[in-house]
Design a protein around this ligand. Structure first.
Ligand code: C2E
Ligand code: CA
Ligand code: CA
Length: 872
């Protein structure tokens, strides 16, 4: 289109060409000015600048038209016409500098100023050589014209200088704007210069070219304004760095380049054409001076920058050296380009320097993949590596040091281009953590995993468990430790526990876990299907039951074992609950029993819980009662005493045996109340019993828990007082567990009871850990032979021998022996033949209600045992 226009212009008559072309140029200039004003408004920072540049253009057009009108179009060196461009150029120069803003100009400092000045000077020399020189030589110029020419030349070079300043002092996207602006300004000023040189003849090609260059300059200015992002763009650190480096180069080179070209042209023109203009010579001299100044300013800057760099490097190095925290710098492919002495020193001593090798080859092989993934190239990953990572690095002695590292990604930094790892040596902390972890999960006595570790392992097994169980939980409650402590000593308990742990460990499979989960509890996670865990339990039980030989003596232990197959969906707490229920069942079944979990066990627990709740008001509701079982003298065949046995008539479950509810009462803390009621009730009833011959003795059972509570003596004397029963008629029956119970008051209490005249009987003798030694520790008046002991008396010679000896010792010590649980006449016969004094059992009488017992005593007048006369 431009070409068509130009051809159109050339087709016009000569006189009209200039007017047409100038009109066209003026219209375009107005358009560009409008564009600059409108587009410049986009940003606050550039509004003033572009408006001023537009103003300069308008001024140029207006003044040009005015000059044409006043001076006539054909006199280009007319002073008025020549000087007409000066205000326009000056306004535009101010506009261009405004685009930068004063603060930016100030920060540019002396160097920017010298560079711009040098550029201006060089441009000025060029103008002198190319424009002013030929004009001066070409014709007689009036002084006014000459001055106007020089001033116009200076204004044009100032405008170009402003353009260069814009280019060198900006960065980012704005630098392109600067470059386009400079090109546009160059077009405009060159067009002016061409106009000054060539417009002497009729409007020809030169004039057309001049207008063309001017138009190109205008278009470039419009383009610059359109592309200008404004001064408010936030430049990234990266862009700023990159462009500062580039701009320094532009600022450094361009003025010198133009100056050199100008100087060469000046020299050439001086040689070929004639003497240069004085202004050109002055300008060259000034240019040389400015070159020197620029060099000096640059040198000063370089020294400053160098010093700053040296300072920061020294600071960095001293920081890194003095810091005990090691730093690694990783170049491309994660190759270590620098390693702090704290890291590299040990690695070098270990025979392998870190520097020059990818860090992934220096870390522990197990950590290499994780480190590689962590430090992956951000292009391949979502973002730059972040967070903390731990990895191991070889120490001087060949061991592994544990490091924890954070990373700073400086790969995009022009000057660094590396990843910097800030490491911390956490070897000690990691060791301590490991130690703590192992301490937290280890039983201090046996060295086995403890309850916490067991729970974790159990959780893991349950998570993996399927429908058919492949792993079972075995819970061992070791029995006999209390006796071992009593008989052999406290130290032996720990030795025994260690030995039990060792034996269990040696008995189970390698992948079965043995843990100590309580003072007397061991747990085994045994792998195996169907009946295999039962076999493991039996094997384990047999090794526990083998005597443990210690320096202090033999220890005999046994265990109650609960077995729970681990099936899918079972929670850890439910599994443990079931194991405890099974252990309870095993314990109830007797020492050395194994019980597999059965849902019925859960039902029995529910029953126990119900009983515990109901026991609270049982006495007040009148649900308690006593059963009376006669004790018979075998020598004179008459009832000489009676044992009061507690009964609970439960509204839901019917009559309950004491063996079921007494342990519940003991655990629920209700036994004291219960016992006091028995004492009062029994003594009161006994005091009212009919007396035939010697008054009947009354046996009352007391539990170890009640004795341990320390209220026994008070409760007994209260009962005696309340009932009026003679103390000599009362027999307090205690078991061996009471004798074994700790506490200084046990012996004192029994001594007090005996002083009161109350008799003490040792109950259930022959069951469990009977020892005649107890008889010396706690003097008793009566021994009651346990019924399990008696069951085999008529069949087993050993039992019979044992029984005989107990009776013998009793006789020697003046202790009465009562045989309990006599169920058959043959048992009775054997007992009689041994000289046993007393008997109690279903053969003689079952426990009776009080009225029936009174009726029994009354009917025989208490003298002879009915039905047995003649049989014993
Ligand atoms: P124990 O002191 O050994 O009481 C004797 C137990 O043997 C009674 O069971 C009695 O019914 C039973 N018995 C008597 N003769 C025979 C026999 O020939 N064959 C068999 N198989 N058993 C016989 P009971 O009444 O169930 O009492 C159980 C245990 O409950 C008692 O054992 C005693 O330890 C405890 N107990 C009973 N009453 C009280 C009490 O008031 N306080 C405390 N603390 N415990 C009590
Ligand atoms: Ca008893
Ligand atoms: Ca008994």
């Amino acid at each position: 289109m431009c070409l068509a226009l130009l051809t159109g212009v050339l087709a016009l008559p000569v006189g009209e060409r200039r007017v047409a072309a100038d009109t066209f140029v003026a219209v375009v200039a107005l358009g560009v000015a409008a564009v600059l004003t409108v587009v410049g408004r986009r940003s606050r920072a550039s509004r003033r600048g572009w408006t001023l540049v537009a103003g300069g253009l308008l001024l140029g057009v207006a003044v040009g038209v005015l000059a044409d009108v006043v001076g006539g179009p054909d006199s280009p060196v007319d002073p008025a016409r020549t000087a007409s461009s000066v205000p326009a150029h000056l306004v535009a120069a101010v506009g261009v500098l405004s685009l930068l803003g004063w603060s930016r100009l100030r920060t540019g400092g002396a160097r920017l100023l010298t560079e711009s000045a040098l550029f201006c000077t060089a441009a000025f020399v060029l103008a002198q050589v190319l424009v002013v020189g030929p004009l001066v030589r070409g014709g007689d110029l009036s002084v006014a014209s000459r001055v106007a020419l020089e001033v116009s030349c200076a204004a044009a070079t100032l405008l170009l200088g402003a353009g260069l300043t814009l280019l060198t002092a900006t960065w980012g996207a704005r630098r392109a704007t600067g470059a386009i602006t400079l090109a546009g300004l160059t077009g405009v000023t060159v067009a002016d210069a061409l106009a000054a040189v060539g417009s002497t003849g009729p409007f020809g090609l030169t004039d057309l070219a001049t207008r063309g260059v001017y138009l190109a300059g205008l278009v470039l200015l419009a383009l610059a304004a359109v592309t200008d992002p404004g001064g408010t763009t936030t430049d990234t650190q990266r862009e700023r760095q990159r462009l500062t480096a580039g701009l320094t180069l532009a600022g450094h080179l361009l003025p010198h380049l133009v100056m050199t070209v100008a100087a060469v042209l000046l020299l050439g023109s001086a040689l070929l054409v004639g003497t240069p203009t004085p202004a050109a010579l002055v300008a060259v001299a000034l240019g040389l001076l400015l070159t020197a100044v620029h060099r000096g300013v640059s040198a000063r800057d370089e020294v400053r920058v160098g010093e700053r760099l040296a300072r920061s490097e020294a600071w960095f190095r001293s920081l890194v050296r003095s810091s005990s925290d090691p730093v690694l710098v990783l170049g491309p492919d994660l190759v270590v380009t620098w390693a702090a002495p704290a890291l590299d020193g040990p690695a070098t001593e270990a025979g392998r320097s870190l520097v020059g090798v990818p860090v992934t080859e220096s870390v522990h092989p197990q950590d290499a993949d994780a480190v590689r993934a962590w430090l992956a190239d951000p292009a391949a990953d979502a973002g730059p590596p972040s967070g903390l990572r731990g990895f191991r690095l070889r120490a001087a002695d060949g061991t592994w040091r544990v490091l924890e590292a954070g990373v700073t990604d400086l790969r995009q930094d022009l000057y660094v281009r590396a990843l910097v790892l800030h490491c911390r040596d956490v070897t000690v902390r990691s060791d301590t953590e490991d130690e703590l972890r192992s301490l937290a999960f280890t039983d201090p006595v046996t060295g086995l995993p403890n309850r916490a570790a067991h729970l974790r392992a159990l959780g893991d097994e349950l998570a993996d468990a399927g429908e058919s169980p492949a792993v079972s939980l075995l819970l061992f409650e070791v029995e006999g430790l209390v006796e071992a402590r009593e008989n052999v000593g406290r130290d032996v308990v720990d030795v025994s526990l260690i030995e039990v742990g060792r034996r269990l460990r040696a008995t189970v499979r390698g992948d079965d876990q043995v843990a100590r989960v309580g003072p007397e509890l061991f747990a085994v996670l045994a792998h195996g299907v169907d009946g295999e865990p039962d076999l493991v339990a039996a094997r384990c039980l047999s090794v526990v039951e083998q005597p443990i030989i210690t320096e202090l003596g033999l220890v005999d232990l046994t265990a109650a074992v609960g077995l729970v197959p681990l099936v899918a969906g079972l929670g850890a707490s439910t599994a443990i609950d079931r194991a405890e229920l099974s252990v309870l069942a095993a314990r109830a079944a007797g020492p050395g029993s194994v019980r597999r979990y059965d849902p019925a066990l859960g039902a029995s627990r529910d029953r126990r819980e119900r009983l515990r709740e109901d026991l609270v008001g049982a006495r007040a509701r009148g649900e308690l009662a006593l059963a009376w079982q006669p004790i018979v003298s075998l020598s004179d065949q008459r009832v000489m005493g009676v044992e009061a046995l507690l009964r609970w008539r439960h509204p839901g479950f019917g009559e309950l045996e004491p063996e079921e509810f007494i342990p519940i009462a003991e655990r629920a803390g209700l036994i004291g109340d219960l016992q006091r009621w028995v004492l009062i009730e029994a003594t009161t009833a006994a005091a009212a019993l009919p007396v035939y011959g010697d008054p009947l003795r009354l046996g009352i059972n007391v539990s170890a828990v009640h004795v341990a509570s320390g209220t026994l003596v008070g409760d007994v004397s209260n009962a005696l007082k309340a009932s009026g029963l003679e103390p000599e008629r009362l027999v307090i029956e205690i078991t061996e567990s009471t004798v074994l119970a700790d506490g200084p008051h046990v012996e004192v209490d029994f001594a007090a009871l005996r002083l009161m005249g109350v008799h003490v009987a040792l109950d259930d003798f022959g069951s469990g850990y009977s020892s005649l030694a107890h008889l010396t520790r706690l003097p008793v008046d009566i021994i009651k032979l346990d019924r399990t002991f008696l069951a085999r008396i008529d069949k087993d010679p050993h039992t019979r021998a044992l029984c005989e000896s107990v009776i013998g010792i009793g006789g020697a010590l003046g202790i009465d022996v009562v045989a309990e649980g006599v169920e058959t006449p043959s048992q009775l016969a054997v007992l009689r033949s041994m000289g046993c004094g007393f008997a109690q059992g279903f053969l003689l009488s079952r426990p009776l209600s009080l009225p029936r017992f009174v009726a029994l005593v009354d009917s025989t007048a208490g003298q002879l045992w009915p039905g047995l006369v003649g049989r014993v």
